[in-house]
Design a protein. Structure first.
Lengths: 426, 417
């Protein structure tokens, strides 16, 4: 007779051997470094060009994001439509994104089509013209989108909490306004494009089932471009956190939910506490059986979901707790959040709970490394942050060996309720 | 080509095994043949609420998530109008943990009152977060009611209204479970670094003795063919006007489905699609555009959702939109355009199949549709579509009398004297 009360034996994920498959790198003729990860069985590729052209590098608000967005909206010889058609004809996706530190252009395609697609990438990196008409359409549509987003409590909450933690004028605390959209002019885009893309500092990441002539193909299309392979010099920009910690914002009188955002500055990945704090973060609010989920969703039913996470930029970072809760239970939810923090400060995590978190994290890592793009995504973080090659092993070591006493110490240092900014937007 | 083996346990549980020895993981996917379309009109949202309750403990195991996470696993679930799917991924060495957990909740839930009480609240917050406390959040509540007058696709999976979820009681929960959550109505897919023989043994061991249950015979009212254009106006506190149109289209297994999917792509997918180029870029009438279809098991919808550039009125936008649709019903698409959407479809399928989890859930979904082998013949079906097929299908779909139109208006502000 099957005993269903008894769990099958498991192998502790903590004891599983895990290694991050290494990358292979080479340099293009113009000095641009290329990092490659060969994995997977499908004939697909992801080619990501990283530029040091995020918000950190702009002298004017929205310049980096607008330049990035309009990169593929017209070149000397092709319209936006023609560029898109050339990519879409081959069933490929050419996306671009702009973030706080870096921006990118990413190509996803079947291997067989790569020779038709790299020339498009090369073209938008040399001949983009940022047509006035495209800029006008972009501004108008973005302005409307901003109006809509400003009606959402979570959007407003995300903006304000970053402002509190980093300062309104800091690249990590900055956000879009109608005025900033209006101020963007074509000439400024062309300047930013010249300095940060055409002659920009670039890193290329390629993952998937790599074609044997990858290096040749990349050199042919991108090796002769005036791109720079070194890192730009970084001028530190100090954060200017707000003094006042507690905020309540009314955004919609009829609102039936509040966006709760609780956050504090936190050291970057280079700090010795960072890895241990990732474990503590999981205990607090990093996975489904976390303290916050168990209490605030699974016991009280105040919310559909609550999470804590470390928002880790290259030069500064912060620790966040984020949830949307019924309007009438927001204050109770906040009290429970602080209660959970205090509990972690006052009592060591049990061996059983720590074992659960260790296994969950190790299993998650194992699953995360399953696929070329996922492996590359981890290397991207390590490369951009200039972390040592054994950083992955260091993370495993921390997960396996951190003690309840060390976690409690971290909690006492970083989870003191009064060190947090606190915001509710209804 | 996705290889798999299939066998059926004596209680009727269908089991599919997809071996992939390049991964250290296993995926265990359990699909139940029940969705929001199987709900009663006065108890909507129940299939989805029930999905939440499936994590509230089973007969022999007080908590589902904890043991799975301890085994290094992760899981989630989703409910659609057609089906409910549960999936977990864990290191293959610990795969039996997933069999233990999934089989125990198929055998019987704990039916905890506390879990029901809490999950009712959680789902109400989900309802608010995604549909109520958000500009335009009610579009598909209204559109479904406009498009479907008889078929239960007329409500969303989250439910017609909060009160339906709030009123759910433990008797409803039990009845629903024993009606739908039986082996005979379920499909188990196991994928990853596994062997068929090993899965057979485990499936037999953990699922073999669960009572078969009664086969659920779905007898839903068919939606009668629409015979006249329908129109609805909504006024709300939003910053921009929106225009939404939807047309009835073929069900997932009907011949017109594949052409409708390609039409969707031609019209609205990507920067070189027709509507984007004509209406967002050239004529500057729309500020945002999305064309999609529901891919539903019963007759579905092809929809165009758009927001209007400030100052443009609904009638102008609708006329412009219909002008473009008229073109596609009049002239065959070019060879290049057709090849483009076929290439896109090929890419999409390859990229989707990269993930083990996607392969497992697709197999389950196709098995539910009638035959998991369909997964491997999809691309051929798309490749065989001709420009004439598209022309015929577009003429069938984009008829005035088959259309449902929603004008979503900025509510005029009332000035106090």
């Amino acid at each position: 007779m099957l005993n269903r009360k008894k769990a099958p034996a498991i192998k502790d994920a903590v004891n599983m051997s895990l290694h991050l498959p290494p990358y292979v790198s080479f340099t293009l003729s113009n000095g641009v470094p290329v990092y490659t990860v060969q994995a997977g069985s499908q004939e697909v590729l992801q080619v990501e060009l990283l530029f040091f052209a995020g918000l950190w590098y702009e002298q004017q608000e929205l310049l980096s994001a607008t330049t990035n967005f309009l990169l593929k909206n017209g070149t000397k010889t092709k319209t936006a439509f023609q560029l898109n058609e050339q990519v879409e004809y081959y069933g490929a996706y050419l996306s671009r994104g702009c973030f706080n530190d870096v921006s990118n252009i990413t190509l996803h395609c079947l291997n067989k089509h790569l020779p038709h697609l790299l020339p498009v990438v090369s073209e938008i990196l040399t001949e983009s013209i940022f047509p006035e008409d495209e800029l006008v359409i972009y501004k108008n549509n973005q302005l409307q989108r901003l109006d809509i987003n400003l009606k959402k409590c979570e959007f407003v909450g995300n903006r304000l909490i970053d402002e509190y933690v980093y300062g309104r004028n800091h690249p990590y605390g900055r956000y879009s306004t109608a005025e900033a959209f209006e101020n963007i002019q074509r000439e400024q885009l062309l300047d930013f494009y010249q300095s940060h893309y055409v002659n920009g500092n670039c890193i290329i990441l390629v993952s998937g089932k790599l074609p044997t002539d990858l290096e040749q193909q990349l050199n042919q299309s991108l090796g002769h471009l005036p791109l720079r392979g070194n890192r730009p010099d970084i001028t530190p920009i100090a954060t200017s956190p707000l003094v006042e910690k507690k905020h309540r914002v009314s955004n919609d009188e009829q609102g039936i939910q509040g966006a709760i955002r609780i956050a504090r500055p936190f050291p970057t990945r280079h700090h010795p506490d960072f890895l241990g704090m990732q474990v503590l973060n999981n205990v607090l609010g990093g996975y489904f059986s976390s303290r916050l989920m168990n209490n605030i969703r699974e016991d009280k039913g105040y919310t559909y979901g609550i999470h804590s996470y470390i928002q880790s930029h290259l030069h500064h970072a912060s620790l966040h707790i984020s949830t949307e809760a019924g309007r009438e239970v927001c204050e109770s939810a906040i009290a429970e959040i602080y209660k959970e923090m205090s509990l972690l400060c006052n009592e060591p995590v049990s061996a059983e709970e720590l074992g659960l978190v260790r296994n969950y994290m190790m299993g998650g890592l194992l699953g995360d490394l399953d696929g070329p793009f996922q492996i590359m995504s981890r290397w991207k973080t390590y490369l951009l942050n200039n972390l040592p090659p054994d950083y992955f092993q260091q993370s495993l070591q921390t997960i396996r060996s951190i003690t309840p006493a060390q976690l409690q110490q971290l909690a006492q240092q970083y989870l003191q309720p009064d060190s947090f900014y606190e915001l509710v937007v209804v | 080509m996705i290889e798999f083996n299939r066998f059926v346990l004596s209680n009727g549980l269908r089991v599919l095994v997809h071996e992939d020895h390049t991964t250290p993981m296993a995926v265990v996917n359990v699909l139940y043949d029940v969705g929001a379309r199987d709900e009663q009109p006065d108890k909507t949202g129940f299939a989805h609420l029930f999905e939440h309750l499936m994590f509230g403990g089973s007969g022999n195991i007080p908590d589902y998530d904890e043991p799975l996470q301890r085994a290094g696993g992760e899981n989630n679930a989703y409910t659609t109008n057609d089906l409910t799917n549960y999936y977990c991924q864990l290191p293959v060495e610990n795969m039996e943990t997933a069999f233990w957990l999934e089989s125990d909740r198929m055998l019987g839930l704990a039916f905890s009152k506390k879990s029901l009480e809490v999950q009712r609240k959680v789902v109400c917050e989900e309802f608010k977060e995604h549909y109520l406390n958000k500009p335009y959040g009610d579009i598909w509540h209204k559109m479904r009611e406009l498009c479907y007058q008889v078929h239960p696709y007329r409500w969303m999976t989250i439910g017609k209204e909060l009160s339906h979820v709030e009123k759910a009681n433990i008797e409803d929960v039990k009845a629903f479970f024993y009606k739908h959550y039986r082996p005979i109505n379920a499909i188990l897919v196991v994928a990853g670094a596994v062997k068929v023989e090993q899965v057979k043994l485990l499936a037999e061991k953990w699922f073999g003795d669960i009572p078969s249950g009664e086969q659920y015979v779905r007898d839903l009212p068919a939606e009668p063919a629409q015979t006249g254009a329908r129109h609805l106006d909504i006024y709300a506190d939003v910053p921009a006007n929106a225009l939404i149109m939807a047309w009835h289209m073929d069900a997932r297994l009907e011949p017109g489905y594949y052409a409708a999917e390609l039409l969707t792509e031609i019209l609205g997918d990507g920067g070189s699609s027709r509507l984007y180029q004509a209406l967002v870029k050239e004529r500057k009438i729309l500020s945002a555009l999305e064309v999609h279809h529901f891919g539903s098991s019963d007759k579905g919808l092809l929809a165009i959702e758009s927001r209007l550039v400030n100052g443009v009125d609904h009638a102008t936008a609708q006329a412009a939109l219909e002008e473009e649709l008229e073109k596609i019903t009049r002239e065959p698409v070019s060879a290049t355009e057709l090849q483009k959407v076929k290439n896109k479809t090929e890419s999409m399928i390859v990229f989707e199949d990269m993930s083990l989890m996607n392969r497992a859930s697709s197999l389950a979904h196709y098995e539910l549709l009638g035959d998991a082998h369909l997964m491997n013949t999809e691309l051929e079906k798309y490749r065989s579509i001709t420009a004439d097929d598209l022309l015929r299908e577009s003429q069938k779909i984009f008829r005035k009398e088959n259309s449902n139109t929603l004008y979503y208006h900025i509510r005029p502000t009332q000035h106090a004297e």
